[in-house]
Design a protein around this ligand. Structure first.
Ligand SMILES: Cc1cc2nc3c(=O)[nH]c(=O)nc-3n(C[C@H](O)[C@H](O)[C@H](O)COP(=O)(O)OP(=O)(O)OC[C@H]3O[C@@H](n4cnc5c(N)ncnc54)[C@H](O)[C@@H]3O)c2cc1C
Length: 309
């Protein structure tokens, strides 16, 4: 028997991958390896799994340590495709599974198509400037970025849910230090206000925060704002190496619109840019733009939205 495995420590990404797994599966069995309780397992069935193996990971064990138990549990249902959530730890797990199975590993896969016995995959390379297309036969391991597929709950599905108890770990977490995180998950936000390097200082970001507040939106930013200037937390940056967002409105200011950033906003329904340089790429990408200094435009927008509220 062959099958498709979906592996994720985060239910949301598991549900997304299951939509694609179901589409590719045909008569193959879709097995989901997820973390959670029985209800999570039943949800996985509704989202497309035929069988669910719930992994009970002790708190001091890193997620990728589940590789041995996954391989053992899957022995009877050899996979043609293993989809792993492209989280930090998921990428590590995928690499280990590929090495142990002597299978190719395609990371950050954006497209998977089945062509007979082969899988045709696509991933973005050269910082978003090119798409690499690959063909593989035999077992393929692919990591899937969050937000790549849309989860679909299918009523009336049934399947098996079993508990797995991983053991025999080689690595143990000695200490965890939480880093400050944003309270809003920008990948779920309906409106995202994007902050770019055009903001002159950390203090000026308050204008964007005020705007996001009035619009009930979330703050996102470009990579240099988070990684170089450290004005906003890392979780806020959007793009190829950051988050992918799909809001109804992406309203950005001081963002030039480089390809790596645009990668993360291209599925936004409407893009509005506030930009002082009419030759900036964001002007061509935006549905609407306001040409001007953000220090003048943002207070005017805040005033107008506040009045309209
Ligand atoms: C491998 C790789 C991966 C990368 N991944 C990402 C990624 O995931 N996400 C990401 O964002 N970037 C990423 N980058 C960086 C990316 O290439 C750009 O450098 C970055 O997106 C630019 O950020 P920015 O638009 O804030 O800054 P800039 O490009 O400096 O643009 C600032 C803009 O603000 C405008 N401006 C200045 N002052 C004002 C004002 N007062 N009013 C209005 N407008 C003003 C300027 O005209 C300019 O257009 C990556 C780069 C590499 C090489």
């Amino acid at each position: 028997m062959s099958g498709i495995w979906v592996i994720s420590e985060t239910p949301k990404i598991a549900w997304e991958m299951l939509a694609k797994a179901r589409e590719l599966a045909g008569n193959e069995v879709v097995t989901a390896f997820v973390v959670g309780d029985y209800e999570t397992g039943m949800d996985a069935i509704s989202f497309g799994a035929d069988q669910v193996l719930l992994l009970e990971m002790p708190a001091n064990i890193p997620w990728e340590e589940c590789r041995d138990v996954i391989l053992k549990a899957g022995e009877t249902n050899k996979p043609s495709l293993i989809m792993v959530a492209a989280t930090r730890r998921g990428k590590d797990l995928a690499a280990q599974l590929a090495a142990l199975l002597d299978a190719p590993c395609v990371s950050e896969c954006k497209s998977i198509i089945k062509d007979g016995e082969n899988f045709l995959t696509e991933r973005i390379v050269y910082g978003g400037l090119a798409v690499k297309k690959m063909v593989s036969n035999g077992c393929l391991v692919a990591t899937i970025p969050p937000g790549t597929y849309h989860p679909e709950k299918i009523e009336g599905r049934s399947g098996d849910v079993k508990q797995l108890k991983p053991q025999g770990f080689k690595m143990v977490v000695r200490e965890r230090r939480p880093k400050p995180a944003t309270s809003v998950n920008i990948s779920d936000a309906n409106i995202v206000v994007g902050v770019g390097r055009g903001f002159g200082s950390k203090e000026e970001i308050q204008m964007a925060e005020r705007l996001a507040d009035i619009l009930d939106g979330a703050i996102g930013c470009t990579r240099p704002v988070a990684e170089d200037l450290r004005w906003l937390p890392e979780e806020c940056y959007i793009g190829l190496s950051g988050q992918v967002v799909r809001p109804a409105l992406y309203l950005c200011a001081g963002v030039s619109g480089q390809v790596q950033h645009v990668y993360g906003i291209r599925d936004a329904k409407t893009i509005v840019a506030v930009e002082k340089n009419e030759n900036a790429p964001i002007i061509r990408i935006a549905d609407y733009y306001i040409l001007g200094d953000l220090k003048e435009v943002l207070p005017a927008l805040i005033g107008a939205f506040a009045k309209a509220k």
